[in-house]
Design a binder for this molecule. Structure first.
Ligand SMILES: [Zn+2]
Length: 233
């Protein structure tokens, strides 16, 4: 049932805790198919398992703000209204593969999740959307989730800001990057993409943004790079 390399690499006792947490998340959230999609038990289990990875050492209270996960067979269309810095309102239709708003469910495209399964790359839509939910716990999505006591807020802001600028500049000059280019969209997406990569290809975050890796390690209370290196050696 494990479809996450990281989950498989965890020590046995952590795997057991992850399973217990997954069972609990399966009972406490509703999983709804949209556009006629049927959500099987296996699909529910896979999504719940991935959703539990970021909160393995935080607990399900971090997900207390939302009640359901909506799954579309593929990309879904949303109507978006946003105001730019000049006060001009822009209205557009967007095709999305995932969405987490401050109020409401996590919305996912099953097609995207299945593609990730085939490629075993560094994408994890469920973790990405869960990272947005964690970011939203203390207000707007801005790449700044509620930090634990003892964590340095100023150092977090400084290092994420620096890494984000470095990432955007790198994109400009070389036209490509080792991390998903979508991270350049805004600081909230940068945090979500880095969180996703932290659990799928942690060496990329560790090598490219070592200071940010340490902050994510402190926030999630996990060290995926160390765990993944063990299975490689
Ligand atoms: Zn996102």
């Amino acid at each position: 049932m494990h479809s996450s390399i990281y989950a498989r690499a965890l020590p046995r006792k952590d795997q057991q805790r992850l399973h217990q947490l997954t069972e609990k998340l399966l009972c406490t959230k509703s999983y709804e198919g949209a556009s006629g999609f049927t959500v099987s038990a296996a699909i529910r289990a896979r999504i719940a398992l991935h959703a539990c990875i970021p909160v393995l050492n935080l607990g399900l209270d971090y997900y207390a703000d939302w009640a359901s996960i909506v799954i579309y067979p593929g990309d879904f269309r949303v109507y978006d209204e946003s105001m730019d810095e000049f006060g001009v309102v822009h209205r557009e239709m967007l095709d999305l593969c995932g969405q987490s708003l401050s109020q409401g469910p996590i919305v996912l495209s099953w097609e995207t999740i299945q593609e990730e399964r085939k490629t075993l790359g560094d994408h994890d839509l469920v973790i990405h959307e869960c990272a947005h939910k964690l970011d939203l716990l203390n207000g707007a999505a801005n790449g700044f989730p509620p930090l634990h006591t003892g964590m340095n807020r100023r150092a977090w802001a400084r290092d994420f800001h620096q890494a984000y600028r470095q990432f955007c500049t790198g994109l400009d000059s070389r036209g490509s990057h080792r991390l998903d280019a979508y991270a350049a969209e805004n600081p909230a997406e940068f945090f979500a993409v880095l969180s996703e990569t932290f659990f799928t290809a942690p060496h990329l975050v560790h090598e490219d943004f070592p200071a940010v890796y340490v902050h994510l390690q402190d926030f999630f209370r996990q060290d995926p790079d160390r765990i993944m290196r063990r299975i490689k050696s």
